[in-house]
Design a protein around this ligand. Sequence first.
Ligand code: R1P
Length: 294
Amino acid sequence: MSGGFHNADFPMDDQGRTYHLMVKRGDVANRILTVGDTHRATALAKYLENVHKVEASRHFITYTGHYHGTPLTIVASLMGYPNTDFVVREFRAVTDGPLYFIRFGTCGTPDPNLRIGDLAVGRDAAGIIRNPDAFRAPQADPRAYYHITLPVPADQTLYNHMLAHLRANHPDVVPRIREGTALSGCSFFSSQGRPDSHFTDHNESMLTRITTEMPHTVSIEMETFHLYDLADVSVGHSVHAFGCAMIIAERSNKNFVTPAEKERLVTAWGIPLLDAIAAIPIPHEEEMHGPECC
Ligand code: R1P
């Protein structure tokens, strides 16, 4: 139990732990796999050795250990933009050197050619943000209810590394990798175009709008855009981001993954991704931390 937090701008306790994730220096490695679900994080953390677990009262769970000898963190980052923000900023505050965030999420796809089980990889990412003001003003343009941001590209070097590593070491999964735009809604429901008879969402045309305005969209989920956005504005570009998500929903025909298939996909994609993350080259890594790191 913490004795209290200091500094309202960036609260930390006497032991240097952050307010939301409860991580301190030494708790986080520079290579990070971020997943939305605690079960996914726990399932993949089984592949780490010498694991150190930090569980925060808000249910963020941070596992740090070694993956085939390489320090690596797996975090259950929960859902949406605010939780992504907590993870990236609080991890950044307790680490040195470049940080590499690989998001491995779940998503729906608007593309009728993509299938449950494919891995949608975000070459770039854009946000779909509900505009509350539009709901209180007379509107002629139905697009005013939701703003689709400009796309932010993935970190090119990291992107190339991840794809090259998967292609070279896991050729069996390569045919199911689908590259394109990752769209991140501010909600699971309204901004992703899911009908809800209990609310006036003005989102009936959202999927059509996406396929028309953003025809290269491979995924709709809730975090990748914010991850890319934050990486892009990180001082000195010290934060690097790559986002991918296993497709669990075919939005064009309403198919949804079975629990057994979802569980299978966690390791079918998770292991190749862990392999690729562990192989991310970090310049001057030894000098950065010394041999005692993590
Ligand atoms: C919604 O069900 C959640 O699942 C997707 C969305 O982005 C959102 O976080 O990703 P995760 O499975 O990684 O949480």
